[in-house]
Design a protein around this ligand. Structure first.
Ligand code: GDP
Length: 306
């Protein structure tokens, strides 16, 4: 992911390196190249506009440091502005003062929610937590079983509304109502002293009102400490509109970029934090449960500019 963006930016900077002092025209030419590279990578137009304006202003300003030549100075500014659009600081999960901590997952079908549920559960388990997974995705017939499979791979129990195929599956009291399943799942976590509960919710292929209402109802019912919006980094420009729709419809506390191992342009995913004002918290980088990392804006910016 981001390979072509990375190549474009680094070659722009390479051209600068031979220069001594940068004139306003040099800076404008560089900013134009940066703008084109970002747009070609699918970064949202509004984000590109703000980004390039900030870079231009700072590059023209008096930020001349003795230690850096002009080209290095521009790279430093671009790096800092990239960190900024990616959300600035690394944002860790917020745990409830009184357990269980409730983490709700939301996003379109196929975004990678169920896989993420397993990844997060495994990572939390390895940190000494005792997560319970809750299968509140009743939209697709196979979704509950899929979560049960992921839970088994992660070695954590799952609360599900149907008699499952694995011994790890509980029968919920209520069949068919995702809000009730989510609520019962959290109650069960509390009763059995799980300190974290991860609620997987249904996605649709596109944004629809019913999906949003259901997710908002689940949110209201379980009062999550975190709502993680999972977005497939490969979906291009749609990422921004999808993210905005979920921000308005459900609201979320953090973003998870999934499928960052893909070779799509990915710039739209880079716009999501800036456009929604919510931090990117995790990155999913493959199909294995261990293909998962905490998202560090500064490391991602350095990787792009490397
Ligand atoms: P959900 O519908 O949102 O629950 O999405 P799933 O978790 O079922 O994932 C949809 C598909 O994407 C599955 O085939 C997953 O194996 C795959 N997938 C999920 N996360 C990643 C990832 O980070 N990288 C890759 N390459 N595939 C992923």
């Amino acid at each position: 992911m981001f390979n072509s963006l990375s190549d474009r930016l680094t070659s722009t900077f390479k051209n600068l390196r031979t220069r001594g002092r940068l004139s306003e025209a040099d800076i404008d030419a560089t900013v134009r190249e940066i703008r084109r590279a970002l747009l070609d990578a699918d970064v949202a137009v509004s984000v590109v506009r703000e980004f390039t304006a900030a870079v231009r202003e700072r590059a023209l300003g008096s930020e001349v440091s003795g230690a850096l030549n002009p080209a290095q100075q521009v790279v430093k500014i671009v790096n800092e502005e990239l960190v900024e659009i990616l959300g600035g600081q690394t944002r860790a999960l917020t745990f409830a003062k009184v357990p269980p901590t409730v983490i709700m997952l939301a996003g379109l079908q196929g975004a990678g929610k169920t896989t993420l549920a397993g990844k997060l559960a495994l990572a939390l388990k390895e940190q000494g937590h005792t997560p319970l997974l809750v299968a509140a995705d009743l939209q697709r017939p196979n979704a509950v079983n899929q979560l049960a499979v992921v839970a088994e791979r992660a070695g954590v129990p799952v609360f599900a509304p149907h008699p499952g195929n694995t011994s790890a599956v509980d029968d919920a009291i209520v069949d068919g109502d995702p809000v009730a399943v989510a609520r019962d799942g959290v109650a069960t976590a509390r009763a059995r002293q799980h300190d974290v509960v991860i609620v997987d919710t249904a996605g649709r292929l596109g944004i629809d009102e019913l999906l949003m209402r259901q997710a908002a109802d689940i949110r209201a019912a379980v009062q999550p400490d975190e709502v993680l919006f999972v977005i497939d980094a490969m979906i291009g420009q749609d990422a921004v509109n999808t993210a905005k729709a979920f921000a308005d419809g459900v609201d979320f506390t953090g973003v998870v970029l999934s499928k960052l191992d893909g070779d799509a342009r990915g710039g739209a995913a880079l716009s999501v934090a800036k456009v929604t004002g919510r931090p990117i918290m995790f990155a999913s980088t493959g199909e294995k449960l261990t293909d998962f990392e905490v998202f560090h804006p500064d490391r991602m910016a350095s990787r792009i500019l490397d």
